[in-house]
Design a protein around this ligand. Structure first.
Ligand SMILES: Nc1ncnc2c1ncn2[C@@H]1O[C@H](COP(=O)(O)OP(=O)(O)OP(=O)(O)O)[C@@H](O)[C@H]1O
Length: 267
């Protein structure tokens, strides 16, 4: 049973009345969203609807004009640096392009957050933890000493994931994790996310344009349009709404093809 079905959603992220704007351009107005513990919540919306700005607001990289954001029981508004650092330790982020340091090896990239929070850990233990996270992310051991330029696109995503998992997070933010991957690698990455989420009891906030990902792994989907979250629910619940964008998105040719693929996998 998923978190939203149990009716006792334990909020991990709560956003109320969020407003973000850049100059005259209002991106979010009165945006509300709750992410429940243990769910994979997919966030979708047309290009420029503010999915990344939403994620940046939640993780404290963007100060909202107004509104409330609580993550893991802590308000993200007006935090001092030390408090923010303590909260940041409890989540991992996979940015769209991996955001690895090009001059560091995969293992060294994974060690960056460990060094930041636990600088006194021995080199041996650090290497052991990095090796474990690299294996968890489905990379072969010989990926550890390689530089990002020596990795394929799919391996870079996995290396970014290994780094996101470095501090045993409770919450994972994924920004378009399957963008740029071929369909087979994308499906394998979806499977990895689902399996890690189950094994580690993670809550996942996932921005995606990938309809196959939505069908394959998301418990609920939040739809951004008209500056707010216009609907949130399972895909069947969203399909029952009559918002034109939702209908076009899920019932357009790509949406139907993704639904057919999901049915074949379930059969
Ligand atoms: N730092 C910034 N300064 C000015 N405008 C910005 C800034 N960051 C984002 N925007 C604008 O905010 C809007 C939302 O951007 P955002 O990147 O969140 O969209 P998105 O939904 O993630 O789009 P996509 O699906 O194309 O990645 C866009 O119009 C963008 O140009």
């Amino acid at each position: 049973m998923t978190a939203h079905e149990s009716k006792d959603c334990e909020p991990v992220i709560t956003i109320r009345g969020l407003r973000n704007s850049f100059g005259e351009a209002v991106i979010h107005e009165n945006l509300d969203l709750t992410v429940c513990k243990g769910e994979i919540l997919g966030v979708v919306g047309g290009s420029g609807t503010g999915k990344s700005v939403l994620m940046r607001s939640v993780i404290g990289l963007q100060s909202p004009e107004s509104g409330e954001i609580e993550v893991l029981g802590e308000s993200m508004i007006d935090r001092d640096e030390d408090e923010a650092k303590n909260i940041r330790r409890r989540w991992g982020i996979l940015f769209q392009a991996g955001a690895l340091f090009s001059t560091l090896t995969t293992a060294e990239n994974v060690e960056v957050p460990i060094r930041e929070y636990f600088p006194f850990i021995s080199k041996e233990l650090m290497d052991e933890i990095a090796g474990f996270k690299i294996a968890m992310s489905g990379l072969p051991p010989d990926a550890g000493p390689k530089f990002p330029s020596e990795l394929s696109g799919g391996m870079i995503k996995r290396a970014g994931l290994a780094r996101a998992l470095a501090l045993d997070p409770e919450l994972l933010f994924l920004d378009e994790p399957t963008a740029g991957l071929d369909p087979i690698s994308a499906a394998a990455f979806d499977e990895l996310i689902r399996s890690l989420q189950k094994k580690l009891g993670l809550t996942v906030f996932l921005i995606t344009h990938d309809l196959d990902t939505l069908y394959a792994i998301c418990d609920r989907v939040a739809v951004l349009a008209d500056k707010k979250v216009i609907a949130v629910g399972t895909i069947p619940e969203l399909l029952a709404t009559d918002h034109p964008w939702i209908q076009e998105y899920f019932n357009g040719p790509r949406g139907r093809s993704a639904a057919d693929t999901a049915k074949k996998v379930d059969a």
